[in-house]
Design a protein around this ligand. Structure first.
Ligand code: 13P
Ligand code: SF4
Length: 304
């Protein structure tokens, strides 16, 4: 068995040998974020993967994120460090179910949160992430929008863009949806001088109680720039790694101890080492699906 330092050293060697880059989502285990070349939210990581010149991308995150990297970078070998790291929200919609819904709402433009499979993206008009969902919806000339699969992000957008008729899908994130407004009120009583920062995957009532609503990166940036020194964090606990590392003088309280995404936590140093050593688990996509999904992602990326 290799110890942590040996593992880190081997990963570094393999990375150079294979001309690889390690990308990690903000929710990854601390030890994975530590060895990553880049850490970010879904949008930043997609962009980074599309624009770097390495041959191999080792994705430390969940399946849909590695798929997005492959959609945008077809000539690269994209590896997902843990094969069964999925996203339960992404599994709450299938391409077949979306095709059925499109028949029901023929005039609606389909906006698809990137937390979805390549097949679902391929059936959509445009993608969005939690950091640009409002801008994406505002950019659409049509009034009727079928927003899939996150009903919480969809409700948040509906409030910000009231001129649109947003039809919601019955999907949600099991980690964020669990947070109740009572929990927010309770923790605010304990830390009355702290600002509440939450992810838009939280319920509408929770977002309404917050001082700031944003993607993982937007939450991290907000805390960094803010003059406040205490924050209650309403998103997955992995963001605490960067928040604490980069803001040693500030204090962060996790809104609930339940803010853990079990799938994000599957990836360890061993997973990254094995992925690089054995070149697994490679993401492969049907070219027809990839091209259609790319169209929806490209339309989003053009918005900026
Ligand atoms: P971000 O786009 O904010 O990184 O969110 C991804 C995600 O899965 C949140 O649960
Ligand atoms: Fe999916 Fe929620 Fe985990 Fe994000 S936190 S990857 S939405 S299950």
């Amino acid at each position: 068995m290799l110890d942590r330092n040996e593992l880190k050293e081997r990963i570094k060697q393999l990375k150079e040998e294979k001309n690889a880059v390690i990308v990690a989502h903000n929710y990854q285990n601390d030890e994975v974020q530590e060895i990553a070349d880049v850490i970010g939210d879904s949008l930043a990581l997609s962009r980074y993967c599309a624009n770097n010149d390495k041959d191999v991308i080792v994705f430390c995150g969940v399946h849909f994120m590695a798929e997005s990297a492959k959609i945008l970078s077809p000539s690269k070998t994209v590896l997902l460090a843990e094969i069964d790291a999925g996203c339960p929200m992404a599994d709450m919609i299938t391409a077949d179910a979306l095709r059925e819904a499109k028949k029901k709402y023929p005039g609606a433009v389909v906006v698809c949160y990137v937390n979805s499979s390549a097949e679902v993206k391929a059936e959509s008009d445009i993608c969005c992430t939690s950091s640009n969902a409002v801008e994406v919806v505002k950019s659409i000339p049509e009034k009727d929008i079928l927003f899939v699969p996150d009903k919480n992000l969809g409700s948040y957008v509906a409030e910000k863009v009231p001129e649109k008729n947003i039809i919601l899908w019955e999907g949600y994130c099991i980690t964020h949806h669990r947070i109740s407004v009572e929990q927010v009120r309770e923790i605010k009583k304990i830390h009355p001088d702290a600002l509440v920062l939450v992810h838009p995957e939280c319920r509408k009532e929770v977002c309404e109680e917050a001082d700031f609503v944003g993607s993982t990166k937007q939450i991290i940036d907000f805390a960094e720039k803010s003059e406040h020194s205490k924050f209650i964090i309403g998103t997955e606990m992995g963001v605490l790694y960067k928040l604490k590392r980069d803001n040693p003088d500030k204090t962060f309280y996790l809104l609930s101890q339940g803010l853990i995404c079990p799938n994000m936590k599957k990836t360890t140093l061993e997973s990254v080492y094995n992925a690089l050593k054995e070149m697994k688990y490679e993401i492969k996509l049907d070219e027809n699906i990839r091209l259609k999904a790319k169209k929806a992602l490209d339309r989003m990326i053009r918005i900026g």
